[in-house]
Design a protein around this ligand. Structure first.
Ligand code: 5GP
Ligand code: ZN
Length: 111
């Protein structure tokens, strides 16, 4: 399975990369919904959080270890992490990703 985000991590599409390591890559969202809006994804096609298991959870570990490093680099104090799972929850790209949103007031509950 090869999707648009697979193409991004394989560098087949030119994207502004924010942070990268052996297992993950982070880049600016094409259609930002906040002044700071980046995505962090595994460098492996995993459909969504719903597909995490003991064989691939190393990617989750790495993603969540990297988030504090990324937000520190951009001096974000308050921010929101979002992962939409399934179309009716708002998932439009079926490659697991975490939105990091910041630099504006966030509403609760989300829409
Ligand atoms: P979802 O709707 O699945 O939660 O989030 C997918 C996100 O990917 C959207 O915010 C959308 O703007 C972003 N996106 C979709 N295609 C591309 C792309 O080709 N490049 C980048 N940088 N972002 C994309
Ligand atoms: Zn993919």
């Amino acid at each position: 399975m090869e999707c648009i985000f697979c193409k991004i991590f394989k560098k087949e599409i030119n994207t502004k990369i924010i942070f990268e390591d052996d297992l993950t890559i982070s880049f600016e969202d094409l259609n930002p919904v906040a002044p700071f809006h980046i995505l962090i994804i595994p460098k492996k096609h995993i459909d969504s959080v719903n597909e995490i298991n003991e064989n691939n959870s190393i990617y989750i570990k790495q993603i969540f270890e990297n988030i504090p490093k990324i937000v520190l680099k951009f001096n974000l104090k308050d921010y929101r992490i979002v992962s939409n799972i399934g179309p009716s929850a708002g998932q439009s790209v079926m490659h697991m990703h975490f939105h990091i949103l910041g630099n504006r007031k966030m509403n609760w509950p989300p829409g």
